[in-house]
Design a protein. Structure first.
Length: 132
């Protein structure tokens, strides 16, 4: 896996150990010039975000896959972050919560359970097995 491969991703996704939708949308609101929740439910929300007239759609899924982690997904490159790791660091710092994300783009043969865990104490590669 190469960190350079993250520069070519068309979307960003992180998982955060925080299931407070207001905290998460508040962080996103401060990260973008424009942020609007399009639809909200007890499971999360869909949103639109961007700046300079360029917008992305996104989704927040609380307790995604019953992991205790919330998925934050942004479909587009028009973000303040170049990759999942930068987004994860920002979320960890702003929300004081553990974040898990991919270290680089997935390639054939990569371990699907290998994740980068970002905490206030540092970053480590972990095995995160989410299926029973």
């Amino acid at each position: 896996m190469s960190n350079d491969s993250l520069a070519h991703l068309d979307d960003l996704e992180i998982y955060i150990a925080n299931n407070n939708l207001d905290d998460i949308t508040g962080w996103l609101q401060t990260s973008f010039d424009q942020f609007d929740v399009v639809r909200q439910s007890k499971k999360g929300c869909k949103f639109r975000c961007g700046s300079d007239g360029h917008f992305n759609n996104g989704m927040i899924v609380l307790n995604a896959g019953r992991t205790g982690y919330t998925s934050i997904w942004i479909d587009g490159k028009n973000t303040p972050w170049k990759n999942d790791v930068e987004m994860g660091r920002s979320a960890c710092n702003a929300l004081h919560s553990t974040v898990r994300c991919v270290e680089s783009a997935w390639s054939k043969g990569d371990d699907p359970d290998q994740w980068l865990e970002i905490t206030s104490e540092g970053e480590n590669i972990i095995q995160w097995i989410t299926e029973d």
